[in-house]
Structures are given as structure tokens and as C-alpha cells.
Ligand binder design. Structure first.
Ligand SMILES: Cc1cc2nc3c(=O)[nH]c(=O)nc-3n(C[C@H](O)[C@H](O)[C@H](O)COP(=O)(O)OP(=O)(O)OC[C@H]3O[C@@H](n4cnc5c(N)ncnc54)[C@H](O)[C@@H]3O)c2cc1C
Length: 612
């Protein structure tokens, strides 16, 4: 029956009593995880075990320790932060924050709730981004949004002292500006994997968590949940996690990176550990976009050629979702993952590097994994984009994903009035790079009909105009950047793990000849690219990786208003919580929803009865 709870456990018998092992990319039976696999002794114990030390996990850990719980955070990476630490730091939080009040902006939890459940709103490409939000999850977010903003301030996070705006945000609601911007100064002494604004969210939270007694188990990956069997006297509680050692060793290093920050680190070296959670486990594992088979459940086109934003610092490998579903949890809000909106949609930014969502700095400690900074494009007239068989498919000057539904974008706006559609600036054509690039079309083939990589093709003149340096470490010559004296030789040179079959030289030559004829005539008869400027004619010729990527997870585990995970019967799984991108039912990009759900989960997990 009921899915949103008040205070009681509402624990029910689960229909699943068989032993199941669980978890992510490696879930060997030897992890001992699953239903009824209760270890005779536990290696570690705490009241609350948080899995994942990103935006949601750090907020959850602090909120739980503030409420008197002992907390262990298990993090698979060598350092904390997850996607949050390399994020752009635009933080959507409203509902009456002190910043909104300071600048005279009227907002309230009710207004946030109304906005984010307004079925009548669609994005500029026509997709309804609020329509499929879970009302209970939205209500909980709306009620805790401003509280989370103040909580972040209390824990040392600083935002620019400017009025909240709508810059860099999407799906924030039309009624009030709600985007806050983290203060970030490069070189201010905050250690960062890539000098990104998200660092100034993560490091203060980390410092406060450590100071308050949260203990971190870095370099350990949660491989499964341990759940009591349900029986007459047993609630089928989640009582702990299994984890295995995952020290990341970079090329050229003999020792693992990390565990460098002492004071609160649990030093462990055994291959696997079990951790007892006396009150609750909070999954804050960051989502599923990096797990190809998992993401293809939502959209079969998302084959392995697509990369994921945030990699290779941290990986959204669905390990939280898989571990939870293995002990009976339900997934939720699938539609939100399939909608082509905001940062679900996948962008092209830096060329000639596999990790092409942003420019990685040479000083990054993980640069040996990144391998190349990539090339930023000033003028899309300098190149064409071709698919894996060497054919153009798009107007290269067009944007690649919609930003939409922020303050004042729909004007006038009447909440929940179907006529709002009349005031939306539709422009579906502008946002079809991704569809054009990955559509199942004549160019894709068995076994999975992947449309394969996208390549930017340009010549020596273009490189000169863009002032690109075409050597390592700016381009990745190991499969992501190629050059040749002729176009047929260039096509033959392209060798990449995701290129299903060789590009045919005659096809690429014909594509470039046709494009050059369009430049001569001034009209792109194929895709309508305006203002054609440059022929591609001066050797050497180049091919640079320009494949789109997957960015956000918007569907995940079913949670209720307290971030408690629900099973397939709509009942709470006692002792299990989820927050952030691994939680379903909430279609919004980023840090606001993740920190807020961390706040809710940490607060409620700490109030659970202590078991054992
Ligand atoms: C490049 C980039 C820019 C962004 N810019 C913005 C922005 O400007 N504004 C905004 O609002 N949002 C932004 N985002 C999105 C935002 O960073 C994420 O939505 C947010 O960090 C997700 O929080 P989370 O806690 O769910 O996951 P994360 O912050 O990714 O944390 C998840 C953590 O869980 C760990 N983990 C995963 N599996 C396991 C396991 N099995 N065991 C142990 N640990 C595990 C991961 O290593 C990671 O540390 C950006 C994202 C990226 C990648």
C-alpha cells in the first residue's frame, strides 16, 4: 500500500528470500553479500554506512554525524568528491534561501514544488521535463531545499555574493531564480583533480565531516548489500555492506594514489571487508550512466562508443542500483532517463581526447589516465563532423543540447496551465546533434547497431586558424587523433576500439569534395550549415574524436519522501537509503538535488533504531 512514511518502519515480509549476490562490475559470490549472507564477524562497524563520497554522500555523512550517529563513508576512489568535485559549481537551491531573501527574491517550498511538478511545461525541444517527477520525492526536496543551502553555509561552503540567477541551470522552475554559484579561485589551496568550482563544495564538506568524526574508507568499492532474511520475527533489514579493495595505480607509479589525507581515514589493506551498519546504509553511488548494459535498458542507442562526463575521475557504474535491486529494491521514474533534456543529453566539447566533456589540466593527478587535454573549437566552420563511415550528418554550428526551464524563460507563465506551451520558444532542430550522431540508421550494423564514433575532419589551414597544437599531450594519438597526407590515407589510419569497421577512403573523400562544393556555392544542400567559410583542402588532414557522451543519471532506485529505498511491492526496505543520482523519480541536473537528498537521507538514517 503506502510508500511515504511518517516514523514507523513499516517493514514487511519480502517475497525474496533466496540468497542473491550483488553489486556492480564485480560481484563475486565470495563477497558474501546478499539476503541472508550474514558474516560471523564484521571487519568494521558504524551506526550509518554511507557508500560514495560525492555531493550526496558527504552531505549525508555530515547530517548523520550531526544527529549523533557514528559514520563510515566507503569510497571506491583514491580521494573523495566524485563528479561533484569536478563539477562547474552552479548549485540550484531555492525555496527561500538566505541568499534569495537578501536580494529580495520571493520563493517558497510550495513554489519549488509547484514548479517542479508542473506538467504543462516542456523544454525548447518539446520534451516534458517535470511531468514524470515523483510528487513525494519532489515535496521532500522542496521542503528541504532552503534548509540544505543553509546547511552548506554552516559547513563552510561559500557562494558568490550575487543574486541567485538562472545561469548554468536547467529544470529549476520558472517562478524564481535559484541558481547559486560556488566561489572558486584557482590556486586558493584547495586540492582538486582538475581545478574546478565543485572543489569548493567538496573540500569544505570533507573538512567538516572529518572534523566531526566521520571516518573514510577510501579505495574500497562496495560490492554488495547484506540483508537479513525476512521471516516472522525479522524485518529483512539491510545491516551492512561488503566491499573490496580497489587501489587505483596510475601508469608510471608504483604505489596507489591516495589515502593521502589522514585524520579520519580508516587504514585497511585486506582484499575485502564487511562493514556493519547498526542503523542504516545510505547509497550515494552517483548513478548508472557509466554502465553500458544498465543504461541501454533506458535507451538502447547508448552503446559503448559513448563516453561519460566525469570519467576517468569517478565512474557511475550502477553498483549502488545493482546491489540494491539484488536485495529486492525497485527502480523508479524510467521516463526521466529517456527524455532528451538538459544534461541527460550529451555534448561535444574538447576534440581529440576520449574524455572530451571538459579540458583536463596537465597538472591533474589523473592526467596519466586522461592522456590529452583535447582541442577547444573557436569556430565550427573550421571542421566537419562525420560518422564512422565518413559521412556528414548535421550542421556542425548547431548547439548540442537544450538548456531550459529556468527562471523567466517562459513568459508569461501561468502555473499548471496547458497554454504555457504557447509561450515556449520551441527549437527542436537545434538540439539534435545527439540524435543525429547515435540514431539507429543506415550506418549502424550488427551486433548492436551502434552508430559508432563521430570524427571531426579538418585540414592544416584550420589547425592554423584555431592555433591548435597537434601533438601530445594536447591530442591523444593513441586511438583518438589521426593525421595523413591524403583523405583516403586518413580514413585508413583511423583505428579505435569503438570504430566497428574501417572508414572507406573514397567515402570520406566524397564527403569532403561535396562539402567543398557547398563552400564554393555558399549553400549546404545537405544540412543547411549557414555562412560556409573554408574548404578542407590543405594537407595534412586530421581526424579527431568528437563522439557525444552521456552526462546525468535521472532514473534510479525508488525512494520515498525520507529517501528510504522501496521494494518491488512498494514497501520500505528497512535500513536502506539512497540519495543523489542513484535515486529515481527526480528530473533535475546536479548538485542541488544531490546535496538535498543527502541531507534528507542522513537526517533520517541517524534516527533509525540501533540494531546490534
Ligand atoms: C564535469 C561535470 C560538471 C558538472 N557541473 C555541474 C554544475 O555546474 N552544477 C550542478 O548542479 N551539477 C553539475 N554536475 C553534476 C553533479 O556533479 C552531479 O549531479 C553530482 O555530483 C552527483 O552527486 P552524487 O553524490 O549522486 O554522485 P557523485 O558526486 O559522483 O559521487 C558518487 C561517489 O560514489 C562513489 N562510488 C560509486 N560507486 C561506489 C561503490 N560501489 N563503492 C564505493 N564508492 C562508490 C564514486 O566514486 C563517487 O565518489 C557536473 C557533473 C560533471 C561530471
Amino acid at each position: 500500500m503506502e510508500q511515504n512514511d511518517t516514523n514507523d518502519d513499516r517493514s514487511r515480509k519480502s517475497s525474496m528470500t533466496t540468497t542473491i549476490t550483488a553489486g556492480g562490475d564485480a560481484a563475486p559470490a565470495s563477497t558474501g553479500a546478499g539476503i541472508g549472507k550474514i558474516p560471523a564477524t564484521w571487519d568494521l562497524a558504524a551506526d550509518v554506512v554511507v557508500v560514495g563520497a560525492g555531493a550526496a554522500g558527504l552531505a549525508a555523512a555530515i547530517k548523520a554525524v550531526d544527529a549523533g550517529a557514528s559514520v563510515i563513508v566507503v569510497e571506491t576512489n583514491y580521494d573523495v568528491g566524485g563528479h561533484a568535485i569536478i563539477s562547474g559549481g552552479n548549485t540550484p537551491l531555492g525555496g527561500g534561501t538566505s541568499a534569495q531573501k537578501k536580494y529580495g527574491i520571493e520563493d517558497s517550498p510550495d513554489l519549488v514544488f509547484s514548479d517542479l511538478t508542473d506538467w504543462s511545461i516542456v523544454q525548447p525541444n518539446g520534451w516534458p521535463d517535470y511531468r514524470y517527477n515523483d510528487r513525494a520525492v519532489m515535496r521532500a526536496f522542496a521542503d528541504h531545499c532552503a534548509l540544505t543551502y543553509e546547511f552548506l553555509l554552516e559547513n563552510g561552503v561559500t557562494f558568490k555574493d550575487i543574486p541567485p540567477d538562472n545561469q548554468g541551470g536547467h529544470n529549476l522552475g520558472n517562478s524564481a531564480p535559484r541558481e547559486n554559484h560556488l566561489t572558486w579561485t584557482k590556486g586558493a589551496g584547495l586540492e582538486s583533480p582538475n581545478a574546478r568550482a565543485g572543489t569548493s563544495l567538496v573540500r569544505p564538506l570533507e573538512a567538516n565531516a572529518r572534523a566531526k568524526g566521520v571516518r573514510f574508507l577510501l579505495n574500497y568499492k562496495m560490492t554488495g548489500l547484506i540483508r537479513e532474511p525476512s521471516a516472522e520475527q525479522k524485518a529483512g533489514r539491510v545491516i551492512g555492506v561488503a566491499a573490496r579493495h580497489t587501489a587505483r595505480i596510475m601508469p608510471g607509479r608504483t604505489t596507489p594514489l591516495g589515502s593521502f589525507r589522514s585524520g579520519g581515514n580508516i587504514e585497511a589493506t585486506q582484499p575485502s571487508v564487511t562493514i556493519r551498519a547498526r542503523k542504516a546504509v545510505i547509497l550515494a553511488t552517483g548513478g548508472s550512466t557509466g554502465n553500458v548494459n544498465f543504461r541501454r535498458m533506458f535507451d538502447p542507442r547508448l552503446t559503448d562508443a559513448l563516453q561519460v562526463a566525469g570519467e576517468p575521475y569517478s565512474f557511475q557504474d550502477a553498483s549502488g542500483e545493482l546491489a540494491a535491486t539484488a536485495v529486492g529494491a525497485s527502480l523508479w521514474g524510467f521516463a526521466n532517463q529517456t527524455l532528451e533534456n538538459g544534461d541527460n543529453i550529451r555534448t561535444k566539447r574538447a576534440l581529440a581526447t576520449r574524455y572530451n566533456y571538459m579540458t583536463w589540466e596537465l597538472e591533474s593527478p589523473i592526467f596519466p589516465l586522461v592522456r590529452a587535454t583535447g582541442l577547444n573549437v573557436q569556430d565550427w566552420q573550421d571542421l566537419i563532423l562525420v560518422n564512422q563511415v565518413g559521412k556528414r550528418f548535421y550542421d556542425e554550428t548547431k548547439g548540442d543540447y537544450p538548456h531550459g526551464n529556468v527562471y523567466n524563460e517562459i513568459h508569461p507563465y501561468t502555473p499548471h496551465d496547458y497554454r504555457n506551451n504557447e509561450n515556449i520558444k520551441f527549437n527542436p532542430t537545434k538540439y539534435n546533434f545527439f540524435n543525429a550522431a547515435v540514431a539507429m540508421n543506415e550506418y549502424s550494423e550488427p551486433p548492436d547497431y551502434s552508430a559508432g564514433p563521430v570524427w571531426a575532419i579538418f585540414d592544416a589551414d584550420a589547425a592554423e586558424r584555431e592555433k591548435w597544437k597537434l601533438t601530445r599531450p594536447y591530442v591523444d594519438t593513441d586511438g583518438y587523433f589521426f593525421s595523413a597526407k591524403t583523405l583516403p590515407e586518413l580514413a585508413a589510419a583511423i583505428k579505435n576500439p569503438y570504430q566497428a569497421r574501417p572508414m572507406v577512403g573514397a567515402v570520406l573523400q566524397a564527403t569532403v569534395d561535396r562539402y567543398n562544393s557547398f563552400v564554393e556555392s555558399g549553400v549546404d544542400l545537405d544540412f543547411g550549415k549557414p555562412g560556409l567559410k573554408h574548404r578542407i583542402q590543405t594537407p595534412p588532414f586530421y581526424a579527431a574524436w568528437a563522439t557525444p557522451l552521456v552526462h546525468d543519471t535521472r532514473a534510479g532506485l525508488r525512494i520515498n519522501n525520507k529517501c528510504r529505498v522501496m521494494d518491488m511491492n512498494g514497501q520500505v526496505i528497512p535500513g536502506l537509503y539512497c540519495a543523489g543520482e542513484s535515486a529515481g523519480g527526480f528530473n533535475q541536473h546536479g548538485l542541488g538535488r544531490c546535496t538535498t537528498q543527502g541531507y534528507i537521507a542522513g537526517k533520517n538514517a541517524a534516527t533509525e533504531r540501533s540494531e546490534g
